[in-house]
Write a protein that binds this ligand. Structure first.
Ligand SMILES: [Zn+2]
Length: 58
């Protein structure tokens, strides 16, 4: 895992196939690189759960 954490440091993750599921609000999955739980913010843009900008006025 330590060798390949390409964009995870920038909070840009890639879902592992087979882990993506619809949770009622959006697609969630597991990052193939760092293994963290992620949520799809928009097409091809996945953020770590809890860091997605839900309050843009902040
Ligand atoms: Zn990642």
């Amino acid at each position: 895992m330590a060798l390949s954490i390409p964009l995870c440091l920038f909070n840009r993750h890639r879902p592992k196939h087979g882990t993506v599921a619809w949770d009622g609000r959006g697609y969630v999955g597991t990052c193939r690189h760092c293994g963290t739980d992620i949520i799809r913010q928009r097409r091809r843009l996945w953020r770590r759960i809890g860091t997605e900008p839900t309050n843009l006025s902040d």
